[in-house]
Write a protein that binds this ligand. Structure first.
Ligand SMILES: *Cc1c(COP(=O)(O)O)cnc(C)c1O
Length: 385
């Protein structure tokens, strides 16, 4: 399989698995136990906490482990909302459902919300955030990079606007953690979510960064784990994997950035050269180096995916969470793309395992797939193919 869906999930790095293995096999003890083997598990968890903190320029005490990005987002947003009972939240129209649906839920429970739109380039304008601020705004949550088109949001500027008004700033950094340099202090981030399985750790583990001194309402009640902020026996093996993945990502970040960006650029050049009537989505200069999101006119994204799958190529159209439904991507619609064109979107997301051969294969396979589908297409042809 040629795997080009790294924004949906990544394979477990074998080095991460090696680090985890003892905690799945012999070292099974509970980190809260007082005897030596329990304390060994505790040490492993705390060692991982240091590594994850280091990845984002935080202190270990500011990290709480969660079951992933979704839980981290829920903990952050409901945690701030829970301190106030009512108020106003600002987010963007292009967030992941793990933010959008949390805010929508809060709207049903006494909160107001503003969903900031984006320009054609898929970038949030900090000025529109400033204009949306009200006296009762308690939280601004804007993702670091979008998972569908890869646009990188000006979160430093937005964070500083938030702080001018004493508003807390949260960012969903699930797509950027391990890929871009993050420094929570320099960037003025109060709360940050990340997820292990998007950067070669296992599924089911992630973390929330909570700036020192910031209070949030806990919604996972039980034992005293994670300083009472997230009860439940720690996922020791998963947490160790997250720590190791953070360490590897940091060490290889620069090199991988260069290598993957070149592959992605080659993919886009090949598509542009060989397929007519395509639109590349997302700002050209403010976007993640690993994502290519393209709309192929007069063709259904799902049909292209099935044909690519037949050739052993795994990609996605829209996001993994929305594919399966026939709704066009809310991100592309927010960028002003028409529903018909949005239906023809493909997302290739590259990662550690990809090679030049993978990319050449896609460039070879995709044009005849598109030509065949266009021939069969029921779409009205608006211009010559
Ligand atoms: C994948 C993803 C999530 C959800 O993370 P899980 O660990 O799968 O719960 C949240 N936000 C973004 C931007 C994502 O890409």
């Amino acid at each position: 399989m040629i795997y080009l869906d790294h924004s949906a999930t990544t394979p477990l790095d074998s080095r991460v698995l090696d680090a985890m293995r003892p905690y799945l096999e012999s070292d099974f003890c509970n980190p809260s136990s007082v005897y030596r083997a329990g304390q060994e598990a505790r040490r492993a968890v705390e060692d991982a906490r240091e590594k994850v903190a280091h990845l984002i320029g935080a202190r270990p005490k500011e990290i709480i482990f969660t079951s992933g990005g979704t839980e981290a987002n829920n903990t952050a947003i409901k945690g701030i909302a829970g301190l106030h009972r009512k108020g106003h939240i600002i987010t963007s129209a292009i967030e992941h459902p793990a933010v959008l649906k949390v805010v929508k839920w809060l709207e049903k429970h006494g909160f107001d919300a503003t969903y900031i739109g984006v320009g054609q380039d898929g970038v949030v304008d900090p000025d529109s955030v400033r204009q949306a601020i009200r006296k009762d705004t308690t939280l601004i949550t804007i993702m670091h990079a979008n998972n569908e088109v890869g646009t990188i949001q000006p979160i430093e500027e937005i964070a500083s606007i938030a702080h001018e008004h004493n508003i807390i700033f949260h960012t969903d950094a699930v797509q950027t953690a391990g890929k871009l340099e993050i420094d929570v202090d320099k960037m003025g981030i109060d709360l940050l979510s990340l997820s292990g399985h998007k950067f070669y750790a296992p599924k089911g583990v992630g973390c929330l960064y909570i700036r020192k001194g910031l209070k949030i309402e806990t919604f996972m009640h039980g034992g005293h784990q994670e300083w009472g902020k997230r009860a439940g026996t720690e996922n020791v093996a998963g947490i160790v994997g997250l720590g190791r993945a953070a360490e590897i990502a940091l060490a290889e970040m620069q090199e991988e950035h260069e290598r993957i960006r070149k592959l992605r650029d080659r993919l886009e050049a090949g598509i542009a050269e060989r397929i007519s009537d395509v639109i590349f989505n997302g700002s050209r200069d403010r976007r993640l180096y690993s994502i290519c999101n393209v709309c192929v006119k007069y063709v259904e994204g799902e049909a292209m995916l099935l044909n690519l799958d037949f050739h052993g190529i795994a990609a996605s159209s829209g996001s993994a969470c929305t594919s399966g439904s026939l709704e066009p991507s809310h991100v592309l619609l927010a960028m002003g793309i028409s529903p018909e064109i949005a239906h023809g979107s493909l997302r290739f997301s590259l990662g550690r395992s990809n090679t030049e051969e993978d990319i050449e294969k896609v460039i070879e396979v995709l044009p005849p797939v598109v030509a065949k589908l266009r021939e069969m297409s029921a779409f009205p042809r608006k211009s010559a193919p």
